[in-house]
Write a protein that binds this ligand. Structure first.
Ligand SMILES: NC(=O)c1ccc[n+]([C@@H]2O[C@H](COP(=O)([O-])OP(=O)(O)OC[C@H]3O[C@@H](n4cnc5c(N)ncnc54)[C@H](O)[C@@H]3O)[C@@H](O)[C@H]2O)c1
Ligand SMILES: O=C(O)C(=O)C[C@@H](O)[C@H](O)[C@H](O)COP(=O)(O)O
Ligand SMILES: [Zn+2]
Length: 348
């Protein structure tokens, strides 16, 4: 078992990685409400259990309010715990409920997908989709404990491992060249779910993400935006498919598009796009919108203006400069639109 912690503003975030760490829930003080999807039945004692729909359609304000209602009904207090167990969608909606109930009760995240373990469970962004846009309602609210229990991955299909790897590749491309190299050399053992490789991937991802979050928890200093690389186009792709295209696949294509824009605008060194494509392909991830089913490109382009990095007519884009490095560039939304039309229209 591996254990580390990070101070984020006013709270300490503890992370435990290993097989069986989910058992730690039993020693939490206070009452516990476990929120989980139907497919994951935790064999853990709890004072309250709330089963919610997972997937993108579960990231809905009605589900968030249902959790709140159950907490109210069971007379939970701020000293009690909400334990969110599930993939990224469950963690996002349950975290949102935890943050608004009495202005916040203790939150413990137990991700059960790789994407949840490397990204969604960490960093305190919570939210639900609203108005045909991703994560439109949400809060920044840190879990006090993140239990990364590798044993959940035993049942996770390879397809879901690959989606999670898209976020890991993101860290390698813009933050961590050593991680990029590690992924290039170890892709087959990762996809075979070898425990040491998975633990390394989860550990390095958590360290990379928490370091950024500690510097700019609320995305106000132009630092946390780096975690959004690939997401301007990725979220547009998700919206343009009525949220049928999964997040990991959408941001995979999004990273290729945004790297191309960075290269065309002269911010990225020549060759970066090939390096992005090469690593994504090793993990059998899509690199072109033509590999995604059910995308309405016009709808996708229309939704670009809902990106949370937009300020007035400009949008702050985190662009890769070379592998492992990045810079923030403010570009007019109109310019971005032109590039995205080209990228979604032409494939790669
Ligand atoms: N808050 C953040 O910082 C953050 C970061 C990245 C992504 N996200 C969000 O996370 C969501 C994507 O998360 P996701 O990819 O985990 O999707 P998900 O929650 O829909 O889970 C994917 C699938 O895996 C299944 N599943 C979950 N655990 C399983 C297990 N142990 N074994 C077998 N099947 C299992 C689920 O039932 C679902 O079908 C998106 O909504 C994205 O916006 C949030
Ligand atoms: O933690 C962050 O910051 C991220 O941007 C991580 C992303 O991978 C994640 O998909 C996040 O939910 C996107 O947030 P949004 O602010 O663009 O809605
Ligand atoms: Zn993401």
């Amino acid at each position: 078992m591996m254990e580390f912690s990070q101070q984020v503003c006013c709270s300490e975030v503890k992370v435990k990685v290993g097989r069986g760490v989910v058992k730690e829930i039993e020693s939490l003080p206070g009452r516990k409400c476990i929120v989980h999807p139907k497919s994951i039945k935790p064999e853990l004692k709890a004072d309250l259990e709330v089963e919610i729909e997972d997937g993108e359609s579960g990231k809905d304000i009605k589900n968030a309010m249902r959790i709140v209602d159950e907490l109210l009904e069971a007379e939970f207090t701020r000293g009690d715990y909400l334990v969110a167990i599930g993939g990224g969608t469950v963690l996002d909606v349950a975290g949102f409920s935890a943050s608004i109930f009495m202005r916040g009760l203790n939150l413990v995240n137990v991700p059960t997908t790789l994407l949840g373990m490397v990204d969604a469970g960490i960093g305190g962004k919570t939210g639900v989709n609203y108005g045909m846009a991703k994560n439109m309602l949400g809060t920044f609210y840190q879990p006090s404990l993140i239990l990364e229990d590798i044993s959940f991955l035993d049942t996770l299909p390879e397809e879901e491992i690959r989606k999670g790897m898209a976020e890991v590749i993101k860290y390698g491309l813009v933050l961590d060249k050593e991680l990029y190299d590690f992924l290039s050399l170890n892709y087959s053992s990762i996809l075979r779910k070898e425990q040491n490789s998975l633990e390394r991937v989860i550990h390095l991802s958590a360290l990379n993400k928490l370091k950024v979050v500690a510097e700019d928890e609320r995305e106000t200093k132009g630092i946390r935006v780096v975690l959004n690389f690939g997401h301007t186009v990725g979220h547009a792709i998700e919206a343009g498919s009525n949220f049928q295209i999964p997040h990991g696949l959408a941001i995979s294509v999004g990273m290729v598009c945004e790297a191309k824009i960075a290269e065309e605008m002269g911010y990225a060194e020549e060759g970066v796009v090939e390096d992005v494509i090469w690593l994504l392909q090793l993990f059998n991830l899509p690199i072109s919108p033509d590999q995604l089913k059910g995308l309405d490109k016009e709808q996708a382009v229309k939704s670009l203006s809902k990106d949370k990095k937009r300020r007035g007519e400009d949008i702050l884009m985190p662009f890769p400069t070379r592998i492992g490095s990045w810079r923030g560039v403010k570009i007019p939304l109109e310019t971005l639109r032109g590039f995205v039309v080209q990228c979604l229209g032409d494939g790669t």
